[in-house]
Design a protein around this ligand. Structure first.
Ligand code: PGA
Length: 241
């Protein structure tokens, strides 16, 4: 695993946006694996800024997102489809038909999960996957568990994740208890992976993910086995190294 240290959140966001834009310039029809949460917002802002300056063209890019809450329609303001549209897609020239997020309203979980795997395969796989890491080491919604699940699947969210994310809902009780997520196998098939980590509150989990044992109790630890992972983290997140 390669680690790039950045001064702070803004510096981290700029470095990650640089890596993504280099990828898109080199391969205009890149398949980008995208993430939600608070960490990638600064990266998306930078990419939007450079798009507005005419420096990046997303017209041939495809995107697949890591996960989505079950039960939320894409018009729900906490759905990840809504997040992606409002924080990124509506500001750039990506073709919305080339953007994929699991369909949280499909109640047929096996068929939704199989469809999502087929979408990734039909796109030829993910060229660059952007990942955040949760405080419990989750990647997407691959929560601490006794095993690694390979493909896209439905997951029951851990109490820690429910506690962390329910504050974003007008009524915290509306926070879904289930989600669809790419599996660690789907993620590990990506050609290149960028992990973005910011803040002292992620320093222990980052250290454990990079230097600790590979265990499904810390799902991100399996990334140690991927041949092309770059962690871009700020000094606070790297403070335990
Ligand atoms: P965050 O979430 O970017 O909001 O910290 C990361 C994650 O839980 O995967």
């Amino acid at each position: 695993m390669k680690i790039i240290s950045s001064k702070d959140y803004n510096d981290m966001s700029k470095k990650i946006a640089n890596i993504i834009s280099a990828k898109v310039i080199l391969k205009p029809d890149s398949v980008l694996g995208l993430a939600t949460g608070s960490t990638p917002i600064g990266t998306y802002k930078k990419l939007i800024e450079w798009y507005n300056k005419g420096d990046i063209d997303f017209s041939s890019v495809c995107s697949v997102n890591l996960d989505e809450y079950c039960g939320l329609d894409k018009s729900h303001n906490q759905s990840y489809a809504y997040f992606m549209y409002n924080n990124f897609f509506k500001h750039i020239n990506i073709n919305m038909e080339n953007t994929y997020v699991p369909n949280g309203t499909n109640t047929d979980a096996p068929s939704e999960c199989q469809l999502y795997e087929e979408i990734i395969d039909n796109l030829g796989g993910i060229d660059l996957q952007l990942l955040g890491i949760g405080h419990n080491g989750h990647i997407g919604f691959n929560e601490p568990s006794d095993c690694f699940i390979k493909d896209t699947h439905q997951v029951e969210l851990s109490q820690k994740t429910v506690d962390a994310n329910s504050k974003y809902f007008d009524n915290p009780k509306d926070m879904p208890k289930y989600a669809y997520t790419m599996g660690m196998g789907s993620i590990m098939k990506s050609k290149k992976i960028i992990v973005m980590v910011s803040g002292a509150d992620k320093s222990d989990i980052l250290k454990a993910m990079v230097t600790g044992p590979i265990t499904p109790k810390l799902q991100g630890s399996i990334l140690q086995l991927h041949p092309d992972v770059t962690i871009v983290a700020d000094e606070a997140a790297l403070s335990k190294f």
